[in-house]
Design a protein around this ligand. Structure first.
Ligand code: HDE
Length: 726
């Protein structure tokens, strides 16, 4: 039936009697083409549409004639209390937020697929680790200390939590990008987090460890020294989630089909290599693009450059001592060097799809170290024991009750048949009258499953001991592994560590705390301690560092990695478009992302097809790129007042080079990024004060050769020999 027409209102349309798809938007209201970051049209995915039907309704399904005006007594009169739509809309909005995670609040996630090689089948019966099995996964990366809205590139540990939706139930590997933890016993977790979080009076600093309480705690609890050392290294400022290693941290126990057990440590190895930012770059990004890591992950996946990791295990015999080569496997502040126990690959993971709704997926996902499947069990690591309690507990507050496993992102993909009932936010309509067992009313179902039917049977490890509040003597060594880490670093990585300690401690106001940290550093290495003390203007104490062997596998430097997915900024003008076109295409073919940076947006036009401008001198900053090329020499931008002023004052180079290009090149140079150029690009480098024969600066007449040389340099991530280490 046609609706009556209201004067001054759009003409109503016939109501459908059956639900139907959203009406197509009129041509003048169509959105822009949906492009991936590489400029490929992708088309808006079906799931990103907000509408589920042709008409707006309220929560009860009643169609609404208006959602822009409250119900009033006359158009200038008071709003009426009986306006249910107004109250429902505002009330729902008022309750849109849930508490953020108490730690790891800031995160980003993606869906993917895990494929098992089958190489672990001799040590675990876990079905998802059998050869060729593919398992959907959801992975959330996070920082630890910052709030939900904090910047991505702060110096911190990163969470690396993976939910495997296996055929036998959900397995969560809730790991970090650092293989050790601050504390050896979960009972100290509130202490370490209270110390790391902003000060309770002013609530500053946000997402930083550079403050008194953090350093007070870690210098008083020297078991934190190893983790802190990793934080102060380049691992604390990853280039991308895609270039981070992941670690299960604790030792786990695997159970084979024949009942045999082995102890293991889990590792994720990024196929793109392990890469970091430099500290100044990380700080700049915090302001320029606080969403840097989140954006990088989403852009890469959307462009089809799927981040990949290899999954591996270090395997140790399950002896009663639970040690390996003298290392206590239950101590989460210790690693086992890969030279002693190589990481054996058992599968690989690719992240292939972005979440379509951040809240429903990334925010509501609930990980738990106790989500285990047959074939994987925990050990008596006292840190792990506390975690087994904490995660379920925290979800009840965060997700508002005990039924969070029913949320779509948390639901197992296999059948569940629990007898958990009722409670806040219960969405299932359970049938039957006998949610207990055994019963005779529901046909005796469900039955329990022994190991033969795929039931989860805990390993019957004997337990004994007096009830004491103490740690074993093997937990007392707090310095030999931090020293091993320090000795394993290349000179440039050591420079970065010295710089990080000096920076952080210079933000500490209490001299007593700085002095206490120096005493800890003296136990790691005299030279490290001396250099940091010098930077702080304090005397360097002496210590007695242990004799240890380095573990070369800990260094990020010296290896060559694929460059897929790297961002190449190309500064260009309208001149020599043929070379630009060729290089841009070659960058794309190499699986990297070219971003043409020009004086103004739109298209570069000249001979041949126009070339899209990806960023402008006003919008681009060096920190967005892994390498920068100069395609010929661009003229100053339209609003480059600095260039015109410089033209009056200075010589030839400054006359023609936009100062924002100089800043871009200079920053990229300072951050040890590969640089290249052809044509008259040397002028731009001259203007930026960069020697064209400096390490990692490739100027040549053949653009393809320049790109080749820059790509080779990028394979080693940064040109560290540009700044020989002290
Ligand atoms: Fe966590 N941790 N944690 N943690 N953790 C949480 O659980 C906790 C620890 C880790 O993306 C919380 O759902 C205790 C080590 C990640 O959703 C909470 C202890 C490792 C994430 C919690 C630790 C982690 C969390 C807060 C000391 C690396 C984010 C929100 C015994 C192996 C997961 C939540 C996500 C989150 C407790 C130590 C990794 C409060 C008590 C060690 C990656 O339950």
């Amino acid at each position: 039936m046609a609706k009556p027409e209201t004067p001054g209102r759009p003409v109503p349309i016939d109501e459908p009697t059956e639900p139907r798809d959203p009406l197509p938007p009129p041509p003048d209201q169509r959105g822009p083409d949906y492009l991936s970051p590489t400029g490929q049209p992708t088309g808006a995915p079906q799931a990103t549409r907000a509408q589920g039907g042709p008409y707006l309704t309220n929560a009860q399904g009643v169609r609404l004639p208006d959602t822009d005006h409250s119900l009033k007594a006359g158009s200038r009169g008071p709003v009426l209390l009986r306006d249910h739509h107004l109250r429902e809309k505002i009330t729902h909005f008022d309750h849109e937020r849930i508490p953020e995670r108490v730690v790891h609040a800031r995160g980003a996630a993606a869906h993917g697929i895990f494929r098992a090689y089958g190489t672990a089948s001799n040590i675990t019966k876990a079905a998802f680790l059998a050869e060729g099995v593919e398992t959907p996964v959801f992975v959330r990366f996070s920082t630890v200390l910052g709030s939900r809205g904090s910047a991505d590139t702060v110096r911190d540990t990163r969470g690396f939590a993976t939910k495997f939706y296996t055929s036998e139930g959900v397995f969560d590997l809730v790991g970090n990008n650092i293989p050790v933890f601050f504390i050896q016993d979960a009972i100290k977790f509130p202490d370490v987090i209270h110390a790391g979080k902003p000060h309770p009076d002013r609530e500053i600093p946000q997402a930083q460890s550079a403050h008194d309480t953090f350093w007070d705690f870690v210098s008083l609890h020297t078991e934190a020294t190893h983790h802190t050392m990793w934080n102060m290294s380049d691992r604390g400022i990853p280039r991308s989630f895609r270039t981070m290693e992941g670690f299960g941290v604790h030792t786990f126990r695997l159970v084979a089909a024949d009942g045999g057990t082995a102890l293991v440590k889990f590792h994720w190895k990024p196929k793109a290599g392990v890469h970091s930012l430099v500290w100044e770059e990380a700080q700049l990004i915090s302001g320029i693009d606080p969403d840097f890591h989140r954006r990088d992950l989403a852009d890469a996946i959307e462009s089809g450059i799927f981040p990949e990791w290899e999954f591996g295990v270090q395997v140790f015999p399950d002896t009663p001592e639970q040690t390996f080569e003298g290392i206590d496997l239950l101590d989460p502040t210790k690693i086992v060097p890969e030279e002693l126990a190589p990481v054996q690959p058992i599968g690989s993971m690719a992240l292939t799809a972005n979440p379509v709704n951040f809240f429903a997926e990334t925010e509501q996902v609930a990980f738990h170290v106790g989500h285990l499947v047959p074939g994987i069990d925990v050990t008596d690591d006292p840190l792990l024991a506390g975690r087994l309690f904490s995660y379920l507990d925290t979800q009840i507050t965060r997700l508002g009750g005990p039924n969070f496993a029913q949320l779509p992102i948390n639901r197992p993909h296999n059948q569940t048949n629990d007898m958990l009932r009722d409670g806040m936010h219960q969405t299932a309509v359970h049938t039957g009258v006998a949610p207990y067992r055994p019963n005779s009313l529901d046909g005796g179902c469900p039955f329990t499953a022994g190991a033969a039917e795929g039931g989860y049977v805990e390993v019957p490890v004997p337990v004994q001991g007096a009830r004491v509040r103490e740690a074993p003597p093997s937990f007392d060594d707090h310095f030999s592994q931090p020293r091993m880490f320090w000795l394993s670093m290349s000179p440039v990585e050591r420079d970065h560590i010295v710089g990080a300690y000096t920076f952080e401690l210079s933000k500490v106001t209490e001299t007593a705390i700085r002095e206490r940290v120096l005493r800890v550093l003296a136990e790691i290495d005299a030279e490290l301690c001396r250099q940091v003390a010098e930077g702080l203007g304090l005397p360097a104490p002496t210590g007695s560092p242990a004799q240890v062997r380095p573990s070369p596998a800990l260094s990020q430097v010296g290896r060559t990695w694929p460059t897929t997915g790297r961002m190449i900024g190309i500064v260009a003008g309208d001149n020599d478009l043929d070379a630009l076109r060729t290089v841009r295409q070659a960058v794309l073919e190499a699986g990297m992302v070219p971003v043409v940076i020009a004086a103004s947006g739109g298209m570069l036009t000249g001979r041949g097809d126009p070339i899209p401008v990806g960023s402008t001198f006003a919008g681009a900053r060096s920190v967005e790129f892994d390498a920068v090329l100069v395609a010929g020499m661009p003229a100053p931008g339209r609003d480059a007042r600095g260039a015109r002023d410089a033209k009056a004052a200075n010589g030839k180079a400054a006359m023609v080079v936009d100062p924002r290009v100089s800043l871009l090149l200079h920053e990229a140079y300072r951050h040890a990024k590969p640089l290249g150029g052809w044509g008259d690009a040397a002028t731009a480098f001259d203007a930026a004060g960069i020697a064209t024969d400096a390490p990692g600066v490739v100027i040549a007449s053949d653009p393809a050769a320049v790109l080749g040389a820059v790509t080779d340099l990028l394979g080693r991530h940064r040109v560290w020999d540009r700044f020989p280490a002290t």
